[in-house]
Design a binder for this molecule. Sequence first.
Ligand SMILES: Nc1ncnc2c1ncn2[C@@H]1O[C@H](COP(=O)(O)OP(=O)(O)OP(=O)(O)O)[C@@H](O)[C@H]1O
Ligand SMILES: [Mg+2]
Length: 171
Amino acid sequence: MRAALECQAAGACNALTPAVLPRFGRCDSIATMKKTIYLTTEADTQTLGRELAQSASRGDVIALAGDLGTGKTTLAQAIAEGLGVREAVTSPTFTILAEYDSGRIPFYHFDVYRVHDPDELFEIGFAEYLEGDGLCVVEWADLVEDLLPPGALRVRLEMGAGESERICVIG
Ligand SMILES: Nc1ncnc2c1ncn2[C@@H]1O[C@H](COP(=O)(O)OP(=O)(O)OP(=O)(O)O)[C@@H](O)[C@H]1O
Ligand SMILES: [Mg+2]
């Protein structure tokens, strides 16, 4: 469980992975120390999101990667729901950041797809949010890999077999 160990070493992410993985574990590859989860339906993705939220603590960062339409926003919405966020959560594609304070801890939802210059992130205080008092979820996190803290929980979504299966790689 490389992600969990990294998280502990970095003092972030707490027990995000141990809490979530036992329920979803199906295909744990010891060779790569990554966890692959098959999300057969959208409901599976939503369950994963709610589980992640339950384990999340202030200062945690979840870095979401994956192509268009793989379910990053769907997962982020379920994370928000799991935190108890009451507002409707939409993808902050044009605003980069949306903040929600109605949940158990603050929820900071980033979508960096349209960020062309790292200065744009500097201007909104990206680094401060990452070290802040809430849970940060970053869509298209692979585009800003250099800016992510080492303790960020990496979650990659890929298209699976059929229309509603997604393959989720954690770690
Ligand atoms: N297992 C699944 N998990 C998540 N979404 C699914 C699943 N099966 C089907 N879907 C559908 O796939 C779409 C995922 O869209 P979503 O906006 O969450 O993706 P995204 O990765 O955020 O895309 P983008 O990069 O364009 O922001 C939704 O229409 C959702 O209903
Ligand atoms: Mg999205």
